[in-house]
Design a protein around this ligand. Sequence first.
Ligand code: HEM
Length: 460
Amino acid sequence: METKAASLHTLPPEPRQKHWFWGHIPYLIKDVLHYLQSTQQEVGKIAWLRSKIAKICIISDPEYIKHVLQDNNKNYVKGNVFRFLKPLVGNGLLTSEGDFWRRQRRLAQPAFHKERLAAMSQAMVTCTEQMVAEWQQRYQDGDTIDMTLEMNKIALTIVSNALFKSDVKSDFEIVNQNLGFLVERITYRFRHPLKQIPLWIPTPTNLKERAAIRALEKVIHQIIAKKRAEGTRKENGDLLDMLMEAVDEETGERMSDKQLRDEVLTIFLAGHETSANTLAYMWWLLSLNPEAADKISKELTTVLQGKTPTFEDLKQLPYCRQVINETLRLYPPAYAIERKSVAADQIGGYHIPKDTNVIISSYVLHRMPELWGHDADLFKPERFETELVKKQPRFAYFPFGGGPRLCIGDQFALFEITIVLAMVWQHFRFEPLVPQPQLSLEPLVTLRTKENIRLKIRRI
Ligand code: HEM
């Protein structure tokens, strides 16, 4: 009994290497992905990091992850990184908590239902058709194409057209540059908590940051004003209609302009770079894997026979879906999810004190040989047909998170990526610029690359 009581207060084991004063944090900040992976390899399913400023625990086991994200989710609120997102996205779906979050999620959810997705897939097709036509004008066979930039453009166009019936094409540079800059600032604040200067102090960087937020707000206010002028629709409306039409059951009031701004900015942030990154990684992987490229060609020729995909066609493309799943496995844009414990808990027999920041990394889980086999680092879309993968526990693969805070846009993203893949592939192929190119990852709020992904475009 005594031993058991003692173990209830035992913290998880720690990695060996640590700074005499700062503990493990400098190593985590220096190279997040490598550190998370090597800690899992060295310490195992659960590890404790020493730090002067926070309690940090890394969990790398599907059952423990299920416990935090799903079974005992009430004890785990969003962690620190979301606090840093607040100056940008305020109290939107990604950052809000408790009853307020539940109400907002209930209001937004119908916009992502199956019937709505079928209607939105038409907007996705139209946006992609325009992009393909533009590429046909702009690119000669053998030209270099900046896939990171192009995929950011198309993902932003699709989100704004499908969910807000608004075309931000003319504002693309404003949204892309300012959002990009703000994401870098958020990451910096998160990684250097002691070097922070509050946003209200007018340092040159803070002023630039405030100007970037204002520029984004201007675009969003234009979208909202346009919708007000055109009139919102209760039935079969888009996400913005639903948010603007919603009436609070208790107060009878509509959502304030500030809340609408937070929700729209959240969707731009959460729904644009994640899909764009996945698409860019997918083209990169296909340029290096001619066998997978061939299989895609065969599937698309058989199912589509040269025509534009319909919503029904999209469900008949299992190999395309495997390629997308595999891309999200190797390069999950939301590579780490963070939660904070509200009260003390037990995970794997170890004590998790109140206010512990729990780090859960899909990047680590998705590459563990114990879960994926000895070839876990290789691109093999067919693995999704194997028994090994079919029998995996739920949280061996979670590019969209899980539990009640599962990504609201998961099906939207999968349809969007399939449409872009199917339509671009009917006109173009891609090759690497040099033999054996390298990808250098940059884990900011999402998993980016240090350099934009550039490929050689081939017209067919
Ligand atoms: C490949 C694309 C995407 C990936 C990998 C992705 C990933 C994720 C993940 C992992 C979460 C959970 C975060 C957590 O638990 O802390 C999340 C939440 C969220 N995502 Fe996505 N996402 C993608 C696309 C989208 C799209 C297209 C939209 C909107 C159109 C979107 C909107 C959201 C929102 C609003 C949340 C917060 C949901 C809530 O807490 O209720 N995401 N996403």
